[in-house]
Design a protein around this ligand. Structure first.
Ligand SMILES: [Ca+2]
Ligand SMILES: [Ca+2]
Length: 517
């Protein structure tokens, strides 16, 4: 007879033995789940190990766990005894997920997965992807492992939400805009993980296809509560307000922090950044990357760097220590949100966004380079951190008793010429601000420095000036989260400074999204 690995009873009636094969997973009668010693004859063997709920107030036995520093920074062991992502589905819009990976297989939801190149439910990178991008085709598989690699199975790594459903949506197999629209509008998922971006360096980026898919998921996803869209701010070290997609109020725009809570030089910044999350360094120094699943074997995947991570050499190239960039911060947040939604499935996308903003951790406040400022509602905000670093334990605590936010109200006002003020009479508690600009015939809009000032006196810098930027401000949206929880009533001002004269036909529109209480 084997003894359970567990020390105490917990809410679940399904437990796991240590050191067993998958066929040894059992369902226990509730009466027996209280006990420490349980006989086999009191149990039922289940064939689908996907339904396992694992007690984890014990350290995982996955051998690479000790290198997964991001899990220690998140303090996942404090919540795994209650939440592991059960019944939550995360769509990974990316280069696919390797179906055969033994540390992912049981969490991959094949029914809803899709490979666009051949309309297959096997989300793995296809032959062409492997031939043309033998290394980078591992990207989606690496994201998947961070979110939901199988835990407590004595293999490889463990995900943040080790019992989540992973839905691979392999849009990279075609790269078609319409396939991204389709994948983003896929209503079978709760969370959409987007560790990609279409923006080129220093070109304004608008993406009507993706926005259409997202609008569908916000309106119709999760029975009207809205899919949670997590996006990477990007690795170009520039202002993420050059992208309307990233500034959309439906999107969670995520930046990166390193193992030491500093912001890496690559991470895009801006006042549309929600929060930051642990991510890998670009320097291949031993163990500062994110450890996760890789394409199997040495031939494919990020493990072409394996000789630099000596302690991974025993893992046959199936794992990597070099996932990095804001691409690796996004699946961290997707994993956290999976646990949040398990803790409280009734939350709307607005609730989740608010919880993440309000609970994130403020770090390095005294460092001038991060430009932390307190807004009129007393919230700290930095264009590099957003509201701070994701706080797993704090966000779950807030989520469990959260009263859903009342309906969102939009207050709009426009003015001709940019030397004007806008008066907002309605008093809303602010969630999101969109400033829409028309500045015709301006030679280089990258010259412009644009600031928006709220009635409370908070200054949000939306453009910094001093660069060459391709594009035109023709009904162009700049977005800011910095005014969160401030009151909207009063006088709003903009300051636009540039090299050339701005035409008199220029105009601006302010959209205030908030609620009455
Ligand atoms: Ca594992
Ligand atoms: Ca590999």
């Amino acid at each position: 007879m084997k003894k359970l690995f567990l020390k105490t009873a917990f809410s679940s009636s399904i437990l796991m033995f240590s050191g067993c094969e998958q066929s040894d997973f059992i369902i226990l009668d509730n009466n027996y789940s209280q006990a420490n010693n349980i006989d086999y004859h009191e149990t039922t063997i289940i064939d689908n190990p996907k339904n396992i709920i694992v007690n984890s107030d014990i350290t995982p036995n996955d051998p690479i766990y000790k290198y997964q520093w991001h899990l220690k920074n998140l303090a996942t062991e404090k919540v795994w005894n209650r939440f592991t992502g059960k019944r939550i589905k995360v769509g990974i819009v990316d280069s696919g997920i390797e179906l055969a990976h033994p540390d992912l297989y049981q969490n991959i939801n094949q029914r809803y997965s899709f490979r666009y190149s051949d309309n297959s439910n096997d989300p793995s990178p296809d032959f062409y992807q492997l031939q043309t991008a033998p290394y980078n085709s591992a990207h989606g598989t690496a994201c998947a492992g961070i979110i939901g690699a199988v835990g407590w199975n004595g293999q490889g790594v463990i995900g943040i939400a080790p019992a989540v459903d992973l839905v691979g949506l392999n849009t990279f197999s075609t790269g078609e805009d319409s396939d991204f629209e389709d994948a983003l509008g896929n209503l079978n998922v709760d969370i959409s993980n987007n560790s990609w971006g279409g923006q080129d360096s220093l070109v304004l980026y608008d993406d009507p296809y993706s926005i259409r898919g997202i609008e569908n998921g916000i309106k119709n996803g999760r029975d009207g509560k809205g899919i949670i869209y997590i996006f990477a701010s990007g690795n170009e070290a520039h202002n993420s307000n050059y992208s309307t997609l990233h500034g959309s109020r439906f999107v969670f725009n995520i930046g990166a922090v390193l193992w030491n809570d500093e912001v890496p030089t690559y991470s895009n910044f801006g006042d549309n950044l929600l929060i930051t999350a642990p991510a890998g360094d670009v320097q291949f120094s031993d163990n500062k990357g994110i450890f996760t699943t890789d394409l199997l074997g040495f031939k494919y995947g990020f493990d072409n760097y394996q000789e630099r991570v000596k302690f991974l050499s025993n893992f046959n190239g199936d794992y990597t220590g070099f996932m990095n960039g804001t691409s690796s911060a996004v699946p961290v947040v997707s994993g956290v949100v999976a646990l949040i939604l398990e803790a409280n499935p009734n939350l709307t996308y607005r609730d989740v966004k608010y919880i993440l903003a309000k609970t994130s951790k403020v770090k390095n406040l005294d460092n001038a380079k991060y430009k932390w400022e307190k807004n009129g509602a007393g919230l700290w905000f930095s264009p590099f951190y957003g509201f701070g670093i994701v706080n797993l334990v704090g966000s779950i605590k807030m989520a469990e008793t959260f009263k859903t936010l009342s309906s969102q109200i939009l207050e709009t006002s426009s003015k001709e010429n940019l030397n004007s003020e806008i008066n907002i009479s309605k008093n809303l508690k602010i969630e999101h601000i969109t400033l829409t600009l028309n500045i015709p015939n301006y030679e280089n809009i990258g010259d412009l420095e644009i600031k928006l000032i709220s009635p409370s006196g908070t200054v949000s810098t939306l453009m910094y000036g001093g660069i060459n930027l391709v594009g035109e401000f023709k009904n162009w949206d700049l977005n800011s989260l910095k005014f969160l929880d401030e009151n909207s009533r009063g006088t709003w001002k903009i300051q636009v400074n540039g090299k050339d004269e701005i035409e008199k036909s220029s105009n601006w529109k302010l959209q205030v999204f908030g609620r009455l209480d």
